[in-house]
Design a protein around this ligand. Structure first.
Ligand SMILES: [Zn+2]
Ligand SMILES: [Zn+2]
Length: 319
């Protein structure tokens, strides 16, 4: 039997971040082994969706995420802000998530898609999944403090481009050894550097495994925390909440804004992956929702497979 594919447990001499000589040697790499490998251009965020691009000044003309069928176009044209402008626009905050051992990072007021960065405590240190739209100096200081307490920040990963937020910034500032996105989604990752392109299944830390579902994006992947019973489900699911924040309905989409459903083939693929994972909480790039279980999701997908493709929410009580 071959050993499991665990980035956190592997110190490959070919990995510059794991190579002490590369970190502290006499070469030009200095303390950051990726310096010079990251795109050394100014970063610009789309004001409509928050997607960051590194681009020669005076910045990009089009945001590829908004131009894609899965997002809405900006009604009054594309507009971009620099990192300095983003820093002036938002304040950052963090709080314990509803499940112990996970911290939620976010910004206010709403910027871009308003994504959250989830920071998960594991046996190998902190694992970041998805990212906030921007990280202020205070947020970065808190992440460094947490990394000090919890054994470092070795792994940073994301479900798909709508969850990337300012991932590029965390790679630059925290220097995680592993930056992981599914190999099929590499076209969306140009603002940062993927050090570990994932295949269909990749264990990021003990009891924390990334699984490709495809569907929404070809490389769309979910992260299963089997110890805590959490499915970090990316955009494979949309959860409707009541005013008190309790889940009331579930849906699945290829494109949420345009209400394009997943195809039956995509649903079958999702069911094969998610149906065998045990969870009682789902966590999208926007919220953590206790009370949505494996059974709910299996029943949703089975129901969607029983009729014409449909993007409408199904009440949780019927699942
Ligand atoms: Zn955009
Ligand atoms: Zn999405």
């Amino acid at each position: 039997m071959t050993p499991p594919d665990v980035p956190g447990s592997i110190d490959r001499p070919t990995d510059p971040a794991a190579d002490d000589g590369a970190r502290h040697g006499t070469s030009q790499v200095d303390t950051n082994p990726y310096r010079g490998l990251l795109p050394d251009l100014p970063a610009y965020a789309c004001t409509n969706c928050g997607h960051w691009q590194r681009w020669p000044a005076p910045g990009p003309l089009v945001c590829p995420v908004c131009a894609d069928v899965r997002n809405a176009l900006p009604e009054h044209g594309f507009e971009f802000v620099t990192a300095k402008q983003a820093d002036e626009l938002v304040t950052g905050s963090w709080r314990p998530a509803p499940v112990d051992g996970v911290t939620e990072f976010g910004t206010e007021p709403r910027f871009g898609l308003d994504s959250r960065g989830w920071v998960i405590e594991t046996d190998i240190g902190l694992v970041g999944f998805e990212c906030a739209p921007w990280y202020t100096a205070d947020m970065l200081a808190e992440l460094r403090r947490m990394a000090e307490v919890h054994g470092g920040f070795p792994v940073l990963a994301s479900s798909h481009v709508h969850g990337y937020g300012a991932l590029w910034q965390l790679q630059l500032e925290l220097e995680p050894r592993v930056v992981c996105v599914n190999v099929h989604d590499l076209p969306w990752t140009k603002a940062f550097r993927v050090t570990w392109p994932a295949d269909d299944v990749l264990t990021l830390a003990p009891d924390l495994t990334l699984h490709r579902t495809g569907g929404h994006f070809p490389g769309h992947s979910v992260l299963h925390d089997s110890r805590r019973g959490i499915l970090f489900c990316g955009d494979s699911l949309k959860v409707d909440l009541d005013e008190a924040g309790a889940p009331v309905a579930l849906s699945a989409h290829k494109a949420f804004h345009a209400q394009i459903p997943l195809s039956h083939g995509e649903l079958r693929e999702m069911l094969a992956v998610v149906g065998v994972l045990d969870f009682g909480t789902v966590t999208t790039p926007f919220e953590m929702v206790p009370g949505v279980t494996t059974d709910h999701v299996v029943h949703l997908v089975q129901r969607l497979l029983s009729g014409p493709p449909d993007a409408a929410p199904v009440p949780l009580a019927e699942l």
